[in-house]
Ligand binder design. Structure first.
Ligand SMILES: *[C@@H]1O[C@H](CO)[C@@H](O)[C@H](O)[C@H]1NC(C)=O
Ligand SMILES: *[C@@H]1O[C@H](CO)[C@@H](O)[C@H](O)[C@H]1NC(C)=O
Ligand SMILES: *[C@@H]1O[C@H](CO)[C@@H](O)[C@H](O)[C@H]1NC(C)=O
Length: 453
């Protein structure tokens, strides 16, 4: 990636440099000054009930989720006045929202399935009357730069010289990165508008098929900025990638109706005890107690199942990861158990494994029905996730099936900081999934997500 520094500075001139300071939320910004205190109280009471009514009736916002060929699920969100619509990967493994921004946006290695890298829609801040650059002294700048010191503004300096912007962010993802400046603008839904929403205006990205909507636990995430009590989704099968088959991402600001049908199993979220890496506090950790293959418990060492004080180990749920990742030792135990149970029945397709880079793969040509062991994850509190077969074995062609769980490729035992198991979106297909933030718990239920299509 080329060094972004110079261009980012020149980018500053593209925006109107108004301070993005936000004031406290007022119940009724248009309230006329009222002399009589009783009148004032009555007015506030009316404003409060109106607002409560508004919040209740608008408690649930539904956003269509699209399965995408690049391995993620995307949503469309509109920002600005008038609104401009951008596509975002829905990512519970990170927190900032950012979009490709300005006409100068450039993206390196951005050839992905169902993406035309030469025709990426970008947000144009100059075309939005509500877009403002986040200033260095804006408390929201500290969301990304907690230890930031802004230049002091002496008494005899002019106000404009004090308008130092929040520094450019650079975010590294598992693969790829993005960099840009923080903006504040209105996030516009058909039934509500969230003003002064912090969003990244990215100028350079590396290996990014779209913008990213962070649904993690950081203060800059969509759930945090919207004060959601809960959000939920049901991921349709990736076999619909690129088609117009969608399901709902439901954003719940409280008081929304419970999910229909019940039968949701819950397990508490857990915190990563490490203080070192801030990213670990963005993740949704759950406590995986047991993995079984065909009813046989895989003896995964405890150190992988629970994060230690260095932030090593543990399981997170991540919609932005495609195939579930397991630390090498755990992966080998799972793969060996499958091999032990079905290796005699089906031949290994070694050549395919080498080529596709995933394993184990089995040659099932000539088989009328394929019989494979069940894979289950059991979480703290007894919640048991029995995966549909299509979530962990996939057809590579009509005669070969491969397990859709991955591990670090290297032979070295590099068990570093970070989660040992990442529950990816492939293993969440056809589950109703709920992030119950108010009650700090993760819920799920087996469900066909493309019903009615
Ligand atoms: C570029 O994208 C826009 C919106 O997605 C679409 O309407 C247009 O046809 C595309 N242009 C090309 C040349 O693909
Ligand atoms: C403020 O102004 C005074 C007099 O004009 C000058 O002596 C002083 O150096 C200035 N201070 C700063 C911090 O610029
Ligand atoms: C699978 O097995 C069949 C018959 O045993 C063989 O003809 C075919 O080449 C094998 N396919 C692969 C991909 O190994």
């Amino acid at each position: 990636m080329s060094l972004p520094h110079l261009s980012l500075l020149s980018l500053l001139s593209l925006f109107s440099l108004s301070s993005a300071y936000t004031t406290t939320l007022s119940l009724s910004p248009t309230a006329p000054p009222l002399a009589n205190p009783w009148q004032r109280l009555a007015h506030l009471a009316t404003a409060s009930t109106t607002r409560a009514h508004h919040l209740k009736t608008n408690a649930l916002t539904k956003v269509p989720l699209f399965p995408r060929g690049y391995g993620g699920f995307s949503i469309s969100l509109s920002f600005g006045t008038p609104p401009q619509t951008s596509s975002f990967i829905m990512d519970t493994g990170s927190s900032l929202l950012w979009f490709p921004c300005t006409r100068r946006y450039s993206c390196n290695s951005c050839n992905f399935a169902d993406i035309d890298p030469t025709n990426i829609t970008t947000f144009i801040p100059k075309s939005s009357s509500s877009a403002k650059i986040i200033g260095c002294t804006n408390p929201k700048c500290k969301w990304i730069f907690p230890n930031l010191r802004c230049r002091e503004c002496g008494n005899n300096q002019t106000r404009t010289r004090c308008n130092q912007p929040c520094p450019p962010y650079i975010i590294q993802y598992g693969s790829g990165s993005t960099t840009g400046l923080l903006l504040s603008d209105s996030l516009v839904f058909p039934d509500k508008t969230v003003d002064n929403f912090v969003v990244g205006c990215s100028i350079f990205s590396n290996r990014q098929p779209a913008g990213i909507a962070g649904f993690g636990r950081g203060p800059e995430s969509l759930p945090a900025q919207m004060s959601l009590k809960k959000f939920s989704y049901c991921l349709v099968s990736h076999r619909f990638d690129g088609e117009q088959v969608t399901s709902d991402l439901v954003l719940d600001t409280g008081g929304g109706a419970a999910a229909k049908g019940g039968g949701i199993k819950y397990t508490p979220f857990r915190k990563n005890p490490s203080s070192g890496n801030a990213a670990f506090h963005d993740y949704y950790y759950v406590t995986l107690r047991k993995i079984t293959v065909g009813g046989v418990k895989v003896k995964a060492p405890y150190k992988y199942l629970v994060p230690d004080s260095d932030g090593r180990g543990g399981t997170i749920v991540d919609s932005g990861t495609t195939f579930t990742y397991m630390e090498k030792e755990v992966f080998e135990l799972v793969a060996e158990e499958f091999e032990r149970q079905i290796g005699k029945k089906y031949g290994r397709a070694a050549a395919v494994e080498k080529e596709a880079g995933i394993r184990p793969c089995y040659n099932i040509s000539g088989e009328k029905a394929v019989d494979l062991p069940a894979l289950t994850f059991q979480f703290k509190g007894g919640a048991k996730m029995a995966l549909p077969l299509a979530d962990y074995f996939s057809f590579l062609d009509e005669s070969v099936i491969c397990m859709t769980i991955v591990s670090s490729g290297g032979m070295e035992d590099g068990f570093g900081p970070g989660p040992a198991i990442i529950l990816g979106n492939y293993q969440q297909q056809n589950f109703y999934i709920e992030y119950d933030l108010e009650n700090e718990r993760f819920g799920f239920r087996s469900q066909v997500c493309n019903e009615g299509t």
